[in-house]
Write a protein of this length. Sequence first.
Lengths: 485, 143
Amino acid sequence: MATFKDFKRVSETVWEIPTAYKEGMRVPARIYATRKLMENMDEGVIDQVTNVATLPGIVGYSYCMPDGHWGYGFPIGGVAAMDFKTGVISPGGIGFDVNCGMRLVLTNLIYDEVKPQLRKLVDRLFARVPSGVGGSGFIDISQNEFRRVIEQGADWCIKNGYGWAEDLDRTEERGCIRGADASKVSKKAVERGFKQIGTLGSGNHYLEIQVVKPENVFDTRLAAAFGITQPNQVVVMFHCGSRGFGHQVATDYLQIFLKVMEKKYGIKILDRELACAPFLSPEGQDYFAAMKCAINMSFANRQVILHRVREVFSEVFNRDPVDLGMHQVYDVAHNTAKLEEHTIDGRQRQLLVHRKGATRAFGPGSSELPDIYRKTGQPVIVGGSMETGSYLLAGVEEGGQTFFSTAHGSGRTMSRHQAKRQFHGKKLLEDMEARGIYLRTASFSGLAEEAGPAYKDIDEVVLATEQAGISRRVARFIPIGNVKG
Amino acid sequence: MPFKYLEDIATADVAFEAWGRTLPEMFVAAADATMNAMVVDLETIEPKEVREVHLESESLDMLLFQMLQELIFYKDAERLLLRVACVEVHGGEGTCTLEAEMRGEEIDPGRHDLIVDVKAVTLHRYRVEETSGGWESTVILDI
């Protein structure tokens, strides 16, 4: 097996694997990483990023972001753009947790004001935002009403009193992607997900109270534009997706694609998890419309959680959430495929951009961005491990090199079982508390799996994205309270 | 237990190998491996509820895929933790069928020490094979 030393180093942070590396590669692969990250990159990433390069219609390069690691089908951190006429759509390029993403919410409180209330806040958030295996939410709706949710997304929530109208401006796709068609979704998917709105899930999903220390603001102008204006300001960040509904949509279409891919369309793939169909085929279009329902479910899920977060802060501080300045900064997704216009060799082209564990990061001036962020570039929320911290980045003009995509997290380096052997959930919780991070969890075993050392160094990951010119650092957040799924 | 978790593949997810002398034995083992990724002690799942499952597929390996997927479905749709009490698998030309009886109970965080949600069964490195000693499978679960 070739190692990274055999690859062409295009720049300090871009490593290229030529098409000669593997039979069937239609484009070269490019991995974004510092040398340190590259030295420790999973061998699975190399195999998977080059497998993706064989998919029909892929344009430019098959990419992997600096937080990349071994996934299924695509690597986690994978980005692939397909020509919309000749290319394919692949559930394995999106992930089962469709539109899994991050939401960042401001407060005008500072650490000293929050610290005396921290336990109460975390305890109430833990009680009010259900987490863990098979968690169900507080919104009691029929399956028919759920079908409206998946077509309307966060819009449905605002209409039903779960949020502020301005939240929609600060959500990708304004919280409702057009073209979602509930008739393309199985009964099973609806049955699996209709009780789960407003739930975090488990694994690496979390809800955190975080602090921005003055020394962790990298760009004061952008930070101010995103609402971070005070030393030691407190923010809330959470990470979750489309829950069982999205997982079922992906599973359903994976099986449909397997049946037609080779027999009907003559497409051969190197890993069954890369099952795909031509984007413009009936199966491809059906999946696209169903996947959009999962995108909307995920926006609705995070919108309802935001509503709960505001309720809890309001109760604990006995102040209105408006008065507490609880504006949403942005909601970004990192498991999607979207039709976007990009300039390739001076020509505008319609591309279906798959991002699996990668975040869209449009630069300043993009017409896709809301007015408030048109000049700054897109806010990009990168979630780190529960022990180390997270980042707010911004999209940059040079980001076109990766179809305006950047990292999504810190990226795992240790298997879940190894982490459980090395760390003990209860001890970890006590250690974190001693360090000023108060945490509640649905599972101590699950907690041990998420220990900080199981992840890459997030500082190195975001530095790589800045050095490569695909996003810019704005601020780093330190966790002080955590609800762990 | 007739299954083991594999550490060196798919870092963020859970991979396992399950085996049995017969096809039904291997299916039961794979079901337990899937459930054991979510619950620390399978013995804490009491057989209070029954769900009968009938599945059809063009291949044996996709039949196992579908059966594991049923366990994940019931975990979300009805909050049920289930184990496969008995299963019959019929392989044939073109169509394979499965009849399974799954038994278990609703999630009770007070009694069930839960770990993580399994989101889906993936097909990355997925394998069902007959061996000299019986049947084996390799499965990676999305976490």
